[in-house]
Design a protein. Structure first.
Length: 149
């Protein structure tokens, strides 16, 4: 007859596993006993008039504010168009003839605007004082109808 296949270390590991299992079951029972529970009422949360989460229900006697649906803006608010169509005075700070674009700095606001060759009514060079109009482009305002001042 052969020897038993259970060694001392195997027995010790099995004992540890059993002990862990019992401790886990005991902790689970303790949690069940100590939990508040209470059902659905303890799980409800309310939002007060300031947008904060609270556990007290709202007061039905308080008057609710009425908000018109038209006053709610979804997305990005429409930007007001500034000075479109009016002539501006500026100075050409950079212009590349080979690539066909440049930049004009407005003398009043000191803002720089992109100008393309197609927006010119006559040829310009760096340092020229020009008058121009603004038009909304893909990446911002562009100078159009540019002519020497």
């Amino acid at each position: 007859m052969g020897r038993s296949q259970e060694t001392f270390s195997k027995k010790e590991k099995e004992k540890k596993r059993q002990k862990k299992k019992e401790e886990k079951a005991k902790k689970r029972e303790e949690r069940k006993e100590n939990s508040a529970g209470g059902g659905l009422e303890n799980m409800l949360a309310y939002v007060d008039e300031f947008g904060n989460i609270t556990d007290t229900p709202p007061d039905p006697t308080k008057k609710k504010k009425e908000i018109k649906a038209e006053s709610i803006e979804l997305g990005v608010p429409k930007a007001e168009v500034e000075d479109e169509g009016t002539e501006h005075l500026g100075k050409v700070t950079f212009f590349n003839d080979s690539k066909g674009y440049g930049f004009i700095k407005d003398l009043k606001s000191q803002e720089s605007y992109f100008v393309h060759v197609h927006g010119l009514t006559e040829e310009v060079a760096e340092g020229d004082k020009v008058s121009f109009e603004l038009e909304r482009g893909q990446k911002g305002m562009n100078a159009v109808r540019v002519k020497k001042a």
